[in-house]
Design a protein around this ligand. Structure first.
Ligand SMILES: [Fe+2]
Length: 383
């Protein structure tokens, strides 16, 4: 049977959404609504030099621009956040504007916390320990994957412990998400594919989570329908604004779904793979998801029946095959072996996954690294 939806639940979605082609040029209006005057823009070097949409954003900010930080890397960590927060403080910034994918947005969340509270972001890591609203944060996603513009979590890499760590707090929801499809036009095909599969994973894991509820279900099912129709188009035609817009909205809906329903074992494994073997998050999810779904189906037949209906498939068992079909169609690696992961790193990945909070919400309970080793070997080899 399906995971039973919660009979009592709450649902948070406190982020203002603004959607529109060219909406990134009018961030000043959103700042004014928040009573802010000095924006510290956080991004990475490739977005900063990408031209049109980013240049429009900077031009639109005009005298409200306090500074641009473009040193965010994939899965950036404590050091980068602290450095950026110090620069933002020196520039007397009173809000953060993050322009990028998950790494940039999560870095932006960390900067907001460090800027508000002082000290290192290391001192403020935890679960719901912040006492009040943080530095206002406006987010412009440049991928259709992470959904981080509407979530209360920042995943931050600890380079000392080689682990991804979570900052999870209701006070780190961004204030405003500006969804402008123009920011996605230059996204390379491989990134479109991998980040899109991350959003698909958010939807599937929200649907099978122990924390699922009717509101998250509705958002997750709509995500699957949109991604089924539009993700392959966005991949094949990078400048197709309609496809970019639909996938951007889909990833946003999935973000709102999993921010409330949480994710599951696939994300726990993806976080382990990211920390231990530096596999990009979306790619790790794309490779692991079908195997995790079949692993869950062994104890919960019917788990993906809702998803099958949304995708026009005849049975829940077909959904894992649909996931594989999407990944294959977009030419993503299908195994960890093909993604360059060393087989002897799997034990460490299993250990990391079992310390990750996401595993707690998986419909098939797992506690010990040994319990998922056969699954990890399957994800590595493919069969
Ligand atoms: Fe994710």
């Amino acid at each position: 049977m399906e995971t039973e939806a919660q009979t009592q639940y709450s649902f948070r979605m406190p982020v203002k959404l603004v959607f529109g082609v060219g909406a990134g040029g009018d961030v000043s209006a959103e700042m004014a609504e928040l009573g802010r005057r000095r924006a510290f823009v956080v991004t990475d070097s490739s977005i900063a030099s990408s031209g049109s949409a980013f240049d429009k954003l900077i031009k639109g900010l005009g005298p409200r621009l306090a500074g641009v930080f473009k040193e965010v890397t994939q899965d950036s960590g404590f050091e980068i956040i602290d450095k950026a927060a110090n620069m933002a403080a020196d520039a007397e910034a009173d809000c953060v504007v993050s322009v990028g994918g998950g790494s940039v947005i999560d870095t932006g969340k960390g900067i907001c916390v460090a800027l508000k509270n002082g000290g290192s972001i290391r001192d403020h890591m935890g679960v719901n320990i912040l006492a009040e609203p943080q530095t206002p944060h406006i987010v412009l996603p440049t991928t259709s994957g992470t959904g981080s513009e509407v979530t209360n979590v920042a995943v931050i890499y600890d380079s000392v412990e080689k682990r991804k760590k979570n900052l999870l707090d209701h006070h780190i929801y961004p204030n405003t998400a500006v969804l402008d499809p123009e920011f996605l036009v230059g996204l390379p095909q491989a990134v479109t594919a991998a980040t899109g599969m991350d959003a698909v994973t958010h939807a599937i894991e929200a649907l099978h989570s122990m924390m699922k509820n009717p509101v998250s279900d509705a958002l997750a099912l709509q995500t699957l329908g949109l991604m089924n129709q539009w993700l392959p188009v966005a991949w094949a035609e990078p400048a197709n604004i309609a496809a970019r817009g639909h996938t951007l909205v889909a990833s946003n809906l999935a973000g709102a779904a999993f921010s409330n329903a949480m994710v599951g074992l696939c994300h726990a494994i993806a976080h382990g793979l990211g920390g231990v073997a530096r596999v990009p998050h979306g790619l790790a999810n794309s490779i692991a998801l079908p195997h995790v779904m079949r692993f869950n189906l062994e104890v919960s037949p019917g788990l993906y029946d809702q998803a099958a209906k949304a995708l026009g498939l005849s049975a829940g068992e077909d959904v894992a095959g649909w996931v594989e079909g999407m990944a294959r169609r977009m030419e993503l690696p299908m195994t960890l072996k093909d993604a360059g992961v060393a087989e002897d790193s799997l034990v460490e990945v299993a250990e990391a996954a079992m310390t990750d909070g996401a595993a707690l919400y998986n419909p098939r309970p797992v506690f010990e690294p040994d319990e998922i080793m056969p699954l990890l070997r399957l994800i590595w080899a493919g069969n």
